[in-house]
Design a protein around this ligand. Structure first.
Ligand SMILES: O=C(O)CCC(=O)C(=O)O
Ligand SMILES: [Mn+2]
Length: 200
């Protein structure tokens, strides 16, 4: 396993870029405080091995009206952009140079909150989707493994104010996770901006 700092990250069949200091600390602090307070967090139940269990983190989904999102067999309508989320989106769109119409917010309350192995490969994202992931709050490890394999090949530390961009074939060949950790860690807010294609 290797720890990278700044981009670009040389992984085969992937395009990953990490800007560890994308945001200045004062802006990152104020976005974290404002979003944590203003977002109506939810903890939906999902079916895991035939049991209904709450997801191990808090979620919220914002976006343009057509950017509905399927999660665990249900279609969720996005919440309308708040002024702050709309201005964050604008900055992210400028940074990546392509439109983005939705954002999934994940709030990891402590080291016991996590996200399991997955690729962001829902049909509504199209082929070779760009995912722009903004990190606020406690630093967490972000692991990558090749699809169909168990071994973690690379890990990044996503710290306060960093922006990770995944594009090209990354989601077709790689999975990612944010594992639970026993180390003490401050609450963390991750925002993954996406472009959802309207369903026909
Ligand atoms: O919290 C993270 O860094 C990962 C979030 C993620 O993978 C997702 O929202 O699909
Ligand atoms: Mn993901």
């Amino acid at each position: 396993m290797s720890l990278f700092d700044d981009s670009p990250l040389q992984l085969p069949d992937a395009e990953l870029e990490l800007d560890a200091q994308w945001l200045d600390a004062a802006t990152a602090d104020s976005w974290l405080a404002e979003l944590t307070a203003q977002v109506p967090w939810q903890q939906p139940q999902v079916q895991i091995y035939g049991r209904q269990l709450p997801v191990p983190r808090l979620l919220a989904w914002y976006g343009d009206a057509e950017a509905s999102y399927r999660y665990s067999g249900l279609t969720h309508q996005p919440l309308p952009w708040t002024p702050l989320l709309a201005s964050i989106r604008e900055r992210v769109v400028q940074a990546v140079g392509q439109p983005l119409n939705a954002v999934l917010l994940n709030y990891y309350r402590d080291g016991q909150d996590s996200m399991g192995w997955h690729s962001d490969d829902e049909a509504a994202l199209g082929t070779n989707p760009l995912i722009a992931s903004l990190n606020l709050g406690g630093a967490r490890r972000f692991d990558l493994r090749r699809r169909g394999q168990k071994r973690i090949e690379h890990s990044l530390v996503l710290q306060h104010g960093s922006l990770l961009v995944m594009r090209g074939p990354t989601q077709h060949h790689w999975q990612h996770q944010v594992a639970k950790t026993r180390s003490a860690c401050a609450p963390r807010l991750n925002l993954t901006f996406r472009l959802i294609k309207p369903s026909p």
